[in-house]
Design a protein. Structure first.
Length: 121
């Protein structure tokens, strides 16, 4: 989730002159998206505004977790190829960006695990 935002609640990614992804979890405000990712209109039906997505870091993380859960759709790491494809879908369903994102997540996971081991010693 924080691969690009570095957990900044005010971070925005621009694409074609409009906000594409916003804040900590990069919950998108407009985008061509896989079916697992809600649109702003879908969030609006739940009473969530675009401004809340952008300005409420806690809500943004909750939405990001919801998006990831929907993308995973119950898939577990026991089927690693499908699991990681779905992790990549959090960023893009297009193959090259998907695999690039998978590598970023894996790299951050390995670094975090190593950091945790070092601090436990």
């Amino acid at each position: 989730m924080s691969m690009n935002s570095s957990f900044s609640p005010c971070w925005r990614q621009r694409a074609g002159g409009s906000d594409r992804s916003s804040a900590t979890a990069m919950a998108a405000t407009t985008w061509g998206r896989p079916r697992s990712i809600p649109s702003i209109s879908e969030l609006a039906r739940l009473g969530i505004t675009r401004e809340q997505v952008i300005n409420d870091g806690c809500l943004n993380l909750q939405i990001g977790a919801w998006i990831l859960a929907r993308a995973l759709d119950g898939q577990s790491p026991s089927n690693p190829g499908e699991f990681w494809r779905r992790v990549g879908n959090y960023n893009s369903a297009t193959p090259i960006p998907n695999v690039t994102y998978q590598a970023k997540v894996w790299s951050h996971l390995v670094a975090h695990t190593a950091s945790q081991r070092m601090s436990a010693q």
